[in-house]
Design a binder for this molecule. Structure first.
Ligand code: NAD
Length: 497
């Protein structure tokens, strides 16, 4: 059986690891590989390599870094098919969906290709007589990224292109459930001309994460995953003096007003709830049907949910693949059962779905729950599976109040024909990323991505301008070139004159 190794200092290596975890094919349920789990000493080895590489990469020219990013971008384009196959084989998502995350991640590389512009400092001439001020940004050193299973290439791409383009060296600790694509990316960086040790991959579990959080040689940590772990990572990392950005879980609501095109809204809700088997941080998991929109919306959603084709990710006919593990499948089934017990109406029940020829795969069908209330577990918990819960509200104010009372604040959307309602919604809702007739409002790479409340711990969103700020430190320089003739010491606090 294939063993997935770490990638340290430009080469695949087992380092000192002997523990392993299984990597499954979610479509068949079969174990297809084992991934090594790093010990603390393996993280030390990676930090030493990245620290050594930083001595020269931290001083490399902007042209050199940009050249690598352009080459890396071309390789991501050339290898898109292979990357999509690797992702689908371990995650389970359909190939076209895997392509989608490659493209959205590649856009961050494109942003990093323009790093010379994003890094420009400012200059003020003659702030005082013969005095000028300028600022500039320098890299932090060795930085690390800890990432979730659901976007095995895109989420790491939110981090490392910007970290590397700004002159840092990087250690990635990807999810142990779908680790292979990170090693492939490492090879592409090498082919693109990135020096050894600048990008490293250390596979592992809590042991590796804790070693990263406590390591004095790591200056900053980017984390994306569930909220409890985001809180833990933020607390432990900042206690050790690191800069930490930590993006957490989500429960994203889409409000549908009676004046919306209900067929259009239902199409988008269906795709946003069940695409990638609901395992997207920007998936719509709650529909808030306002007033008279309710009954008709649920009727259309039922029809569309029943039409979703569930099958292996490699079958071009599949709309939706399996979930990532058997435990995830059981969690989804349990959530639907609890919803029914607590009074929700199960309009579409995906619990017993079997895919012919793939009976041992981790498949579960789309479920649609109506009459869900905020006190039910199916509403309160992040199910992270293909379950759409419908909450009824009488007015837009009531819908906004439901969303604002939810502890998460990652993404939300409103479907309406009214500009007035859309404007009120975007101004009053306490959520970081908002769509108006757009169901999954993932910002472009030149904006920054991040939610509010329990969806973002700390204060730094990811990629775009916030990414450049996160991975750099500013210096402000005040300069005077005195006239050779005049000089006298002044003992009052300096002001402009
Ligand atoms: P997870 O929190 O279980 O794992 C994320 C990372 O943390 C992995 O690398 C994992 O190895 C590590 N980890 C897990 N348990 C740990 C522990 N006890 N101690 C230290 N490290 C630990 O998340 P997941 O299941 O891989 O991904 C799904 C979650 O990620 C969902 O909650 C989803 O909403 C969230 N997510 C959020 C965003 C966002 O942008 N806000 C994006 C993608 C995913």
């Amino acid at each position: 059986m294939n063993t997935i190794e770490h990638w340290i200092n430009g080469t695949a290596t087992p380092a000192g690891s002997s523990r392993t975890a299984p990597v499954h094919d979610p479509a068949t349920g079969r174990e297809q590989a084992r991934v090594l789990l790093a010990e603390e000493s393996d993280v030390d080895t990676a930090v030493a390599a990245a620290g050594k590489a930083f001595e020269s990469w931290g001083n490399s020219s902007l042209s050199q870094r940009t050249k690598v990013m352009f080459a890396f971008r071309e390789l991501l384009v050339r290898h898109e098919d292979e990357l999509a196959r690797i992702i689908s084989a371990e995650h389970g998502k359909v190939i076209e969906d895997a392509r989608g995350e490659i493209v959205r991640g590649r856009e961050v590389v494109e942003y990093a290709c323009g790093i010379a512009d994003a890094l420009k400092g400012s200059f003020s001439d003659q702030v005082s007589r013969d005095v000028d001020v300028h600022d500039f940004h320098q890299p932090l050193g060795v930085v690390a990224g800890i990432t979730p299973f659901n976007f095995p290439i895109m989420v790491p791409l939110w981090m490392h292109p910007i970290a590397i383009a700004t002159g840092n060296t990087f250690i990635l600790k990807p999810s142990e459930r779908d680790p292979s694509v990170s090693n492939f990316v490492a090879r592409l960086y090498t082919e693109a001309g990135l020096p050894d040790g600048v990008f490293n991959v250390v596979h592992g579990d809590k042991t590796a994460v804790d070693a990263i959080l406590d390591h004095p040689g790591i200056a900053a940590v980017s984390f994306v995953g569930s909220t409890p772990i985001a809180k833990y990572v933020h607390e432990r990392g900042t206690a050790g003096g690191k800069r930490v950005q930590a993006l957490g879980g989500a429960k994203n609501h889409a409000v549908v007003l009676p004046d919306a095109d209900l067929e259009y809204a239902a199409d988008h809700l269906t795709a946003a709830a069940f695409g990638s088997a609901g395992q997207r941080c920007m998936a719509i998991s709650v529909g808030v049907a306002v007033g008279s929109a309710g009954d008709e919306l649920v009727e259309i959603l039922e029809r569309k949910a029943r039409e979703v084709k569930v099958g292996p990710g490699t079958d071009p006919a599949s709309d939706m693949g399996p979930v990532v593990t058997e435990a995830a499948r059981e969690r989804v089934v349990h959530s639907v059962t609890r919803g029914a017990e607590q009074g929700a109406t199960v309009v579409v029940d995906g619990r017993d779905l079997k895919v012919e020829g793939h009976e041992a795969g981790f498949f579960v069908g789309p479920s649609l729950l109506d009459d869900v209330t905020p006190d039910m577990d199916a509403y309160r918990e992040e199910i992270f599976g293909p379950v759409l819960a419908i909450v009824r509200a009488r007015t837009l104010d009531e819908a906004i109040a439901v969303i604002n009372a939810n502890p998460y604040g990652n993404g939300t959307a409103i479907f309406t024909g009214s500009g007035e309602a859309a404007r009120k919604f975007q101004r009053e809702v306490k959520v970081g990323m908002i769509g108006v007739n757009v169901p999954i409002p993932v910002p472009m790479s030149y904006y920054s991505f991040g939610g509010w409340k329990d969806s973002l711990i700390g204060d730094s969103p990811i990629h775009g301008p916030a990414g450049v700020r996160f991975y750099t430190r500013a210096k402000v320089v005040t300069t005077r070139w005195p006239h050779t003739s005049a000089s006298a010491a002044a003992f009052t606090f300096p002001t402009s004159s």
